[in-house]
Design a protein around this ligand. Structure first.
Ligand SMILES: CC(C)(COP(=O)(O)OP(=O)(O)OC[C@H]1O[C@@H](n2cnc3c(N)ncnc32)[C@H](O)[C@@H]1OP(=O)(O)O)[C@@H](O)C(=O)NCCC(=O)NCCS
Length: 173
């Protein structure tokens, strides 16, 4: 993802179904993206090691529908030697295996670095689709915890019960 993807990011997060398990279904104000979220996304870009946030694009789709969403592979914010996987897609392409395909690509890429012991992923305990993707990638449930309430600019994100999945090097996948 690059700075000129701002409109695509704001549009993706304007669907309350997309953000249901991210922030309780709120649209993210454009200025929150500009001031907080986009700089974080860009700071994770590490093309040399194949890490960061990646746009998932369908070149055969109609104009205006080519951006399907994104997937990320970034340092885990709690366990810095791990890499954390994430994904977010437009509702129109859910259920076609896109997240599983993108996730498998990034898991393979992450484990290609022999110094990475674990690929992690976290989601709301009730986010069945996201959990299913983690399971299809060979990840295993490692625990339940609470995402504390947070504020990003003017966006207030409520606390949520969440799950941690991990794929350990050498444990399949
Ligand atoms: C989570 C998300 C990325 C999944 O993307 P996707 O491309 O639809 O995922 P896939 O098609 O690869 O796999 C989805 C799986 O979940 C299953 N699933 C979907 N909804 C489900 C539900 N409510 N209960 C149980 N399983 C469900 C699908 O049947 C499929 O499993 P299957 O292949 O065994 O049938 C997508 O739903 C999304 O963008 N959600 C909003 C953003 C989000 O919540 N991101 C994750 C935050 S951590």
């Amino acid at each position: 993802m690059a700075a000129d993807d701002l409109d695509a990011l704001v549009d993706l997060d304007s669907d309350p179904e997309v953000t249901r398990y991210i922030n309780g279904g709120q649209a993210t104000p454009r200025e929150v993206y500009v001031e907080h979220i986009l700089p974080r996304i860009l700071a994770h870009a590490d093309a040399a090691r194949g890490r960061g946030y990646f746009a998932i694009v369908d070149d055969d789709a109609a104009a205006g529908e080519r951006f399907l969403g994104w997937a990320h592979l970034r340092p885990d914010h709690l366990e810095p030697t791990w890499l954390e996987l994430g994904y977010r897609l437009h509702r129109r392409v859910w259920g076609r295996g896109v997240a599983t395909w993108a996730g498998a690509t990034l898991v393979r890429r992450g484990l290609a670095d022999a110094s990475v012991p674990v690929i992690s992923a976290r989601t709301d305990v009730d986010n069945r689709a996201s959990r299913r993707v983690m399971e299809k990638l060979g990840m295993r449930l490692a625990g339940e915890f609470e995402f504390p309430a947070a504020t990003i600019g003017t966006l207030a994100i409520p606390a949520a019960q969440a799950v941690l999945y991990v794929l350990k090097r050498g444990a399949g996948g």
